[in-house]
Write a protein that binds this ligand. Structure first.
Ligand SMILES: Cc1ncc(COP(=O)(O)O)c(C=O)c1O
Length: 347
C-alpha cells in the first residue's frame, strides 16, 4: 500500500473553514481599497485587544515579506541585525532582508536548540565596533519563535534578550511564522511574549496554521509606522483589496482559532515524538515543543519510507523533518509509526 501521509511542511495544509467563511462574508459589494476599509480598521482594533495595547497591523502576503520589510525599518543600510545562524531570514529568504534594508548585514550567532543566548548576544554587541565607522553598526536583534528547530524560547530567555537589546539600543524583532504554536506551548498571553519583553515588531504568521495567504507585521513601537507604510507600498505589499487579507486575520484570531489550531498541530507532533521514542534505532534529536519533529534514522529507512509514499523533508542523509498540521490526523501518525516500526523490525 502506498500511504499518502504528508509531513513536508505546515505550508502544505488546507485553509481552515472559518477563514474561508470569513472571506465569503467579506465578499459583499464595494469597499474602500488599500486598507481604508472596515475590515482593516477592525483588524487593528481586534489585534489591539488581543495584544492588550494599541498596535498597528500591516497584512502582507508572505512571511519573508513580513520579516524583511519589518527588519528594514529597524536598521539603517549600514547597520547589522543579530540573529541565529539557523534563522530563516538568513538561510531561506534569498537575502530579502539585506535587499529591502538597502544592504544591512546579518551577524550570525550560535545558541543551543537554535535559540539565541542573551550572554552571547551581549558579547557580540560589545565587540561589534559601535561608532567605529569601518564597521556595520549594531541595529537590531531578531529571534524566531517557535524556532526553526521546533523549540520554543522561554519567557525568561526572551526577557534576557530584550534586556540586552534595550541596554544596547537594538531594535527587537520576532519572526513569528509559528507564533501560535509557541504561544500554545507556553500558555502565556500574546502580550507576555511580545511588547512586554520589549519587542518592537512581530512577523505574525497565519498561513502555516490554517490561514490562506495572509501574514502580518504587528508594530508595537508607533514611531516605526510611517516609515513602514512607505516601505510596504514601495515593495508591492499593500494590497488594494486589503479587506480580504484583514478578514482572514480577524477570523484567524476569532474565538482563539489560532490557538486551538496550534494546539491540535502541537498535540499531533507530541504523539508522533512519543511513538517514535518507543522504536529502536531512531532518535528524535530535538525537544518537540511545537509542531515539528526532527528524526535521525538510518538512511535506508528514509529511502524506504519515501518509496512507501510518506512525504517529509530530508535534511541530511540520516535526518528528516516531520511537520504536523492543524488539518493532520492521528491516523497519519499511526500509519507513519507503524511503517517505521515495520522497517526497524527487519533490521
Ligand atoms: C521560521 C520561518 N520564518 C518565516 C517563514 C516564511 O516564509 P514564506 O515567505 O515562505 O511565507 C517560514 C516558512 O517556512 C519559516 O519557517
Amino acid at each position: 500500500m502506498r500511504a499518502r501521509v504528508d509531513f513536508r511542511s505546515d505550508n502544505v495544509g488546507a485553509v481552515s473553514p472559518e477563514i474561508l467563511k470569513a472571506l465569503e462574508s467579506a465578499n459583499t459589494g464595494p469597499a474602500a481599497a488599500y486598507g481604508e476599509d472596515d475590515w482593516t480598521r477592525h483588524l487593528n482594533e481586534r489585534f489591539s485587544g488581543l495584544f492588550e495595547t494599541t498596535v498597528t497591523v500591516f497584512p502582507v502576503a508572505t512571511g519573508t515579506a513580513a520579516n524583511a520589510i519589518a527588519l528594514s525599518t529597524l536598521t539603517p543600510p549600514y547597520g547589522t541585525i543579530f540573529c541565529h545562524e539557523a534563522a530563516h531570514v538568513h538561510t531561506s529568504e534569498a537575502g530579502a532582508t539585506e535587499f529591502f534594508s538597502g544592504g544591512a548585514k546579518l551577524t550570525l550567532l550560535g545558541g543551543a536548540g537554535y535559540r539565541l543566548n542573551a550572554a552571547e548576544l551581549d558579547q557580540a554587541v560589545a565587540s561589534s565596533g559601535r561608532d567605529q565607522w569601518h564597521r556595520a553598526q549594531p541595529a537590531a536583534v531578531s529571534v524566531t519563535q517557535a524556532t526553526e528547530f521546533g523549540t520554543v524560547y522561554r519567557l525568561n530567555e526572551l526577557a534576557a534578550i530584550g534586556e540586552v537589546a534595550h541596554r544596547s539600543s537594538l531594535r527587537f524583532h520576532m519572526d513569528g511564522a509559528r507564533f501560535a504554536n509557541a504561544l500554545a506551548t507556553l500558555g502565556c498571553t500574546p502580550a507576555d511574549m511580545t511588547w512586554r519583553l520589549g519587542l518592537d515588531a512581530l512577523s505574525f504568521g497565519a498561513t502555516k496554521n490554517g490561514g490562506m495567504n495572509a501574514e502580518a507585521i504587528v508594530v508595537f513601537t508607533p514611531e516605526l509606522i510611517k516609515d513602514l507604510r512607505h516601505r510596504l507600498r514601495r515593495s508591492g505589499q499593500t494590497w488594494s483589496k486589503m479587506r480580504f487579507a484583514a478578514a482572514q486575520l480577524i477570523a484567524y484570531v476569532e474565538d482563539d482559532l489560532f490557538l486551538r489550531s496550534a494546539r491540535q498541530a502541537n498535540t499531533l507532533a507530541t504523539q508522533l515524538a512519543e511513538g517514535l521514542a518507543r522504536i529502536p534505532h531512531v532518535t528524535v534529536i530535538a525537544p518537540v515543543e511545537a509542531n515539528e519533529v526532527f528524526l535521525q534514522v538510518p538512511p535506508r529507512a528514509i529511502d524506504w519510507l519515501a518509496a512507501e509514499g510518506f512525504l517529509f523533508s530530508r535534511r541530511s542523509p540520516d535526518l528528516i523533518r516531520l511537520v504536523c498540521r492543524v488539518d493532520g490526523s492521528e491516523e497519519e501518525i499511526r500509519l507513519f509509526l507503524a511503517a517505521v516500526q515495520r522497517f526497524m523490525e527487519r533490521l
